[in-house]
Design a binder for this molecule. Structure first.
Ligand SMILES: [Zn+2]
Length: 524
């Protein structure tokens, strides 16, 4: 596989230090709010990379942190009259719900910054001892950027240009604490009322950049294979991580760097003032999580991606086509008789080859998606005449490819879908009642259960693990409900087939009772 390495600005063979084991660090969110769709891009892109590497038989140690100490957290805690910890815990939980909804695998390790203060202070001490950092008179500790001759190698920025051109850096000089405007804090002295930890330099808290250096070293070692994040992190965050890690460790920090492009909304930069700022949760409530994942894979990860409502809707439709194809395949496989055609087997293998070629080329997900849709076309054309083996081969390849892209057999229910699901239970009760009233006329009932069955097939395809923490309050209820619903429909069909009026009456009683019990379980 080749990836575009930000460090060298070219595509390179992606070869890990230890054969077959990839050590990857992805900068995680600062948990002070719901994540927005821009945050979802690295989450989805690098999860897809991980899935692909695992699919190709590698082991991936995937570390992605939680930044639970930051000015933004402190500000929000003050606004809400609560603690930083409370804010962090709340939005970490919300973040994990979104990540699960987007079908991102849980990281191998998901460390929190506040649980690595010891390791952070260890690096700070090493940097001071080796002359790469100094303690300012207020107790801040700054990294001495001029002490690192390689500073700027990731962002390809020249330090002198930076100093003369960067107003932000100049204004930081006003506080007169730094030797050089480019120097950055690895440790910040606590201001009154701020969360603080004891240190040799007085009470304080870590700078942002040092967290990732410490968590990466703790969980992946001094030299990792790949460090990823959004383009906006290249400078200063990743540049500073490299500087402090390499100066403290005396070896390469990350061998490869990958950065994803920005998300625009209706061709404009996302901003609160333009009212085009969407959280993942907002979009998921309206369209479900899957179309967001799909959307993120429709463009190469380094390209800018433009979000519009039309695009999300078209992604939802594309996913429907995928699912319908896969459901039809199951339907055909469920039949007793098959054709003799073997062509589908070859077409499936060709789609897999095309898919891997695309993914091997710097994670070319648009071409990988095209390969999956090639397969869909072949399945739709050939399944009626295909042999059982050919159908099974096509189903296996479909599941592999869709699984790598992370939308195989997932259905995360939106609240609207959940309500619709509950609606079926009501409809069922109603239909039975109508049917009973009309004595031998069961046609209305058959119609209802027919619809319900189609939806049940879909719901039964839900990958349970993907549901993990998503809409936790209704997950268990729903699974129980679906089980019961499935069973009830079976009984109902039997009762209908045998014209068993007593059985139907029993069904009606049970359905009504179950519906009442379910209503009671719903939270306020
Ligand atoms: Zn980071």
């Amino acid at each position: 596989m080749q990836i575009f390495n930000t460090l060298t600005r070219q595509k390179e063979d992606f070869v890990p230090q230890e054969p077959g084991v990839y050590r990857i660090y992805v900068c995680g969110p600062t948990v002070y709010n719901y994540i927005h769709i821009g945050n979802a891009r690295p989450l989805i892109v690098f999860d897809t990379l991980r899935r692909y590497l695992e699919y190709r038989g590698n082991k991936v140690i995937y570390v992605s942190n939680i930044t639970d100490i930051d000015d933004k957290l402190i500000t929000r805690a003050n606004e809400e009259g609560t603690t930083m910890k409370a804010v962090a815990e709340r939005f970490e939980a919300e973040y994990k719900k979104d990540a699960a909804g987007l079908n991102c695998l849980p990281p191998t390790v998901q460390p929190r910054a506040t649980e690595h203060i010891g390791q952070i202070l260890g690096i700070v001490a090493d940097l001071i001892a080796s002359g790469h950092a100094y303690v300012a008179r207020n107790g801040d500790v700054y990294f001495r950027v001029r002490s690192d001759p390689e500073y700027g190698k990731l962002s390809h920025l020249n330090l002198d240009d930076l100093e003369s051109g960067n107003r932000a850096l100049r204004s930081q000089m006003d506080d007169d604490l730094k030797e050089d405007p480019a120097d950055f804090a690895v440790w910040k002295a606590a201001k009154p009322g701020e969360p603080a930890w004891d240190s040799p330099y007085g009470p304080g808290r870590p700078g942002w950049h040092i967290e990732c250096s410490a968590m990466s070293r703790t969980h992946l070692g001094k030299t990792i294979d790949l460090h990823c994040g959004g383009q906006d992190l290249i400078f200063p965050h990743h540049e500073n991580e490299i500087a402090q890690s390499e100066c403290a460790n005396g070896c390469t920090f990350a061998r490869y760097w990958m950065h994803n492009g920005f998300i625009n909304v209706d061709n404009q930069k996302m901003s609160k003032s333009l009212h085009n700022f969407f959280t993942v949760r907002d979009v998921a409530q309206a369209y479900g999580y899957e179309p967001i994942r799909y959307f993120m894979l429709t463009a190469g990860y380094r390209m800018p991606l433009n979000y519009t409502v039309e695009l999300i809707e078209s992604c939802k439709n594309s996913l429907e086509r995928l699912y319908t194809c896969r459901e039809n395949l199951d339907f055909v496989l469920g039949q007793g008789s098959f054709g003799a055609g073997e062509e589908l087997k070859e077409k499936a293998a060709a789609a897999r080859t095309k898919f891997c070629t695309a993914m091997d080329d710097d994670l070319n997900t648009p071409d990988a998606l095209a390969a999956l849709f090639d397969l869909v076309k072949e399945i739709n054309t050939l399944s009626a005449s295909a042999s059982k083996e050919a159908l099974e081969a096509a189903a296996a390849v479909f599941d592999e490819l869709a699984g790598v892209l992370g939308f195989a057999r997932i259905t995360t229910l939106t609240p609207a879908e959940h309500d619709r699901m509950i609606g079926y239970v009501s409809q069922l009760c109603h239909a039975i009642a109508v049917s009973l009233m009309c004595a031998n006329d069961n046609s209305a009932l058959c119609e209802y259960t027919g619809d319900s069955f189609r939806d049940l097939t879909r719901i039964a395809r839900i990958n349970e693990t993907m549901w993990s923490e998503l809409f936790l309050w209704n997950r268990e209820n729903l699974i129980a409900e679906i089980d019961q619903f499935d069973e009830a429909l079976g009984q109902l069909r039997q009762a209908l087939a045998s014209g068993d009026r007593a059985g139907l009456e029993e069904m009606f009683r049970l359905s009504t009772r179950r519906r009442a019990a379910f209503d009671k379980k719903q939270p306020d």
